[in-house]
Each structure stands twice: as structure tokens, then as C-alpha cells.
Design a protein around this ligand. Structure first.
Ligand SMILES: NC(=O)c1ccc[n+]([C@@H]2O[C@H](COP(=O)([O-])OP(=O)(O)OC[C@H]3O[C@@H](n4cnc5c(N)ncnc54)[C@H](OP(=O)(O)O)[C@@H]3O)[C@@H](O)[C@H]2O)c1
Length: 320
């Protein structure tokens, strides 16, 4: 049981830790939760590689974080909505870096209008899951050289909305719904965590999925004010159904806490394949609207099915 909770910040969780000598790779590291995770870890001495798709933003945030933390920040281009860009990024990473200790798969898009990635995947599934599936597997050789390496996948309580539709992940035979799509992609993040743990635990690499909380960031860029009001109502109704008060939003430093906890907590040593919220391991729960991980998101058969489907989509096999 951890001593941290809803209000803990990334700095609280990392208090007293020395991350010098660690290399942390953060996707979507120039904004929102990724940037705060990068800042907090660099402040504790880690070298942080921020991956992003916009060269100017990368340079700007690199300078800002180096100034603020006095740490070493590296940048690398990676558009998760393009398998070619992911392959180029991984190849460059393998040339520039000898190892990675912590991989934080943080980048994501939420509830965007129907769109496709460069490879024709539905954008949320393609970016949030397929891009990270390929990147992670291509970085495993570097993770294997890390010290007690961990992979943290940013999922969401949004995974309660829906499971993965293996028969139609790209909304070809059903009407597109931005929230069902987000829910599917965030369930995929948890199933991928289970699949990674199963395959990599004997190599000393452990994987964790995280719900960071509800935080105002750029993630809401596709939402109108009406969407936001509807979401707030839905959150309030869910809490009422569970007989609770609505949890409320977290600040960005609070939102990055569970990621930092999953990446560093010593009580998680040697065990992964877990879903965490509020810096705690969550229970499997198919009823609660306000907490827990759905059983369909931690189902080993579904995790294996997703692995095989993702290999087919990327055209590469990753057997360990
Ligand atoms: N905020 C919340 O309430 C909340 C709740 C639950 C889960 N989460 C999860 O937390 C993670 C971080 O989200 P956030 O709230 O910090 O949102 P954010 O500020 O919008 O950050 C998301 C990051 O992902 C990047 N990204 C999007 N598409 C990309 C692509 N094709 N290739 C590479 N990078 C891409 C964005 O870069 P660009 O600026 O270039 O687009 C941005 O840096 C997401 O996975 C999200 O699902 C957030």
C-alpha cells in the first residue's frame, strides 16, 4: 500500500529519490503530463529524452527544462501516427543511446474527429496503441540493458467506456464515435501492458498501466464547451451512482504523480502487468464507475489477441 493518493504530486512521489545515471524516454514529453514527468525526473538527476512530432516545440521545451532543472534533456522526433516515423525514431535512438531505463508511453489523442494515421489506422487506436506497440518493441534491446527497466503506459479511466473490437478496430463497419474510439484505445493500452509483462518479465522488464486522473491539458483540444459540460455531468452522475462525491480535477503536477510512482516505486519491484490510479494498484472491478480496472482490460487471452493483431498491423513479429 503506498503512502500517496489523489493529491500527491510528481515531486512528492519522487521526494528523496536519486535518479542520476537513469535514462528516461518520454513520448509526448513536451506538453501536459509528459512535460511534468520529464521535469520532475530531470530534477532528480535523470537524463530525459523527450520524443515528439514537432521539432520547434521539442527545442523550446528542451531549453526550458534544462534551465529549470539543470539536468540533461535530449530530444528525438517521433510521430506515432506514422510507422515509418516510429521506425526512424527507434533506429536513431539505438544509434544515439546505449540503454533506456524507463520508457514512458505518454503521448495520446482523445476524442478527435474521425481520421486516419499515415498507415490507414483509425487515429486514436493508431496513435495511442499501434504506434506505441511498435516503438516499445523496437526499443526493447535498449531497455534490456537498463537497470531494473520499466515501461509505463498512460491509459485512462476512459477504458471503462469500451473494450477492443477485434472484428472492427478501425470503425469500418460501425459508426465512428470519438469516445468509444478513445475507450477502445485506452483498453488497448492496458492489454498491451499485460502482454508486455507476460513476455518481458523473465528478462527483468516490467510494465504498468496508469490512469493519471482528470487534468486540464491540451488533450481536450477536440472538445467544445458543450462536450466539456456533458463530460462533467457524466462524471458527476457516475460518482452519484457509486454513492460518492465527484473526484474533481487534478493539477498537472498531481496528474503526473501516478506515472512517476509506477516508474520508480520500490514496492512494485519485480511485479508488473498492473493498472494504477492515485499512486495505488487498482482492483479489478466491472461495476464501479469511479475506480478500478475492467476485467476485459487485463484478460490474458485478449492481451494475446491484441498482440497478434498489432503484429499484423505493423508487419513485424515480436517474440521473446
Ligand atoms: N489529461 C487527462 O485528464 C488524462 C486523463 C486520462 C488519461 N490521460 C492520458 O495521459 C496522456 C497524456 O495526456 P495529456 O493530458 O498530457 O495531454 P496533452 O497535453 O495533449 O499531451 C499529449 C501529448 O501527445 C502528443 N501526441 C499526440 N499525437 C501524437 C503523435 N501522432 N505523435 C507523437 N506525439 C503525439 C502531443 O503532441 P502534439 O502537441 O504535437 O499533438 C502531446 O505532446 C495521454 O495518453 C492521455 O490519454 C490524460
Amino acid at each position: 500500500m503506498s503512502e500517496f493518493g489523489f493529491s500527491s504530486t510528481a515531486d512528492d512521489v519522487l521526494e528523496g529519490r536519486d535518479l542520476s545515471g537513469k535514462r528516461v524516454f518520454v513520448t509526448g514529453g513536451y506538453s501536459g503530463l509528459g512535460k511534468e514527468t520529464a521535469r520532475a525526473m530531470a530534477s532528480k538527476g535523470a537524463e530525459v529524452v523527450i520524443a515528439g512530432r514537432d521539432e520547434e516545440k521539442l527545442a523550446e521545451v528542451r531549453a526550458e527544462l534544462e534551465r529549470e532543472t539543470g539536468g540533461r534533456i535530449e530530444t528525438i522526433l517521433c510521430d506515432l501516427a506514422s510507422l515509418q516515423s516510429v521506425r526512424d525514431c527507434a533506429a536513431e535512438a539505438r544509434e544515439r543511446f546505449d540503454l533506456i531505463d524507463l520508457l514512458i508511453n505518454n503521448a495520446g489523442v482523445m476524442a478527435c474527429p474521425k481520421d486516419r494515421t499515415a498507415d490507414g489506422f483509425e487515429r486514436q487506436f493508431g496513435t495511442n496503441h499501434v504506434g506505441h506497440f511498435l516503438l516499445t518493441n523496437l526499443l526493447v534491446p535498449l531497455l534490456e540493458k537498463g537497470d531494473r527497466p520499466r515501461i509505463v503506459n498512460l491509459s485512462s479511466r476512459g477504458h471503462h467506456i469500451d473494450e477492443v473490437h477485434f472484428d472492427d478496430p478501425h470503425f469500418e463497419d460501425r459508426d465512428y464515435d470519438p469516445w468509444l474510439s478513445y475507450g477502445q484505445s485506452k483498453t488497448a493500452n492496458v492489454l498491451f501492458t499485460v502482454g508486455l509483462e507476460e513476455r518481458l518479465k523473465d528478462r527483468g522488464i516490467h510494465a504498468y498501466a496508469v490512469h493519471p486522473g482528470g487534468i486540464h491539458t491540451n488533450l481536450g483540444r477536440h472538445m467544445t464547451e458543450e462536450d466539456m459540460a456533458r463530460l462533467s455531468k457524466r462524471i458527476a452522475a457516475s460518482a452519484a451512482e457509486d454513492g460518492k462525491k465527484p473526484e474533481g480535477f487534478k493539477t498537472i503536477p498531481q496528474g503526473a504523480a501516478t506515472t512517476c510512482y509506477a516508474a520508480t516505486a520500490s514496492e512494485l519491484e519485480g511485479r508488473g502487468g498492473l493498472y494504477l490510479e492515485n499512486s495505488h494498484v487498482a482492483e479489478v472491478d466491472d461495476e464501479s464507475r469511479t475506480e478500478g480496472v475492467r476485467s476485459y482490460a487485463v484478460d490474458r487471452d485478449k492481451a494475446n489477441r491484441l498482440w497478434a493483431m498489432s503484429e499484423e498491423m505493423t508487419g513485424e513479429r515480436f517474440s521473446y
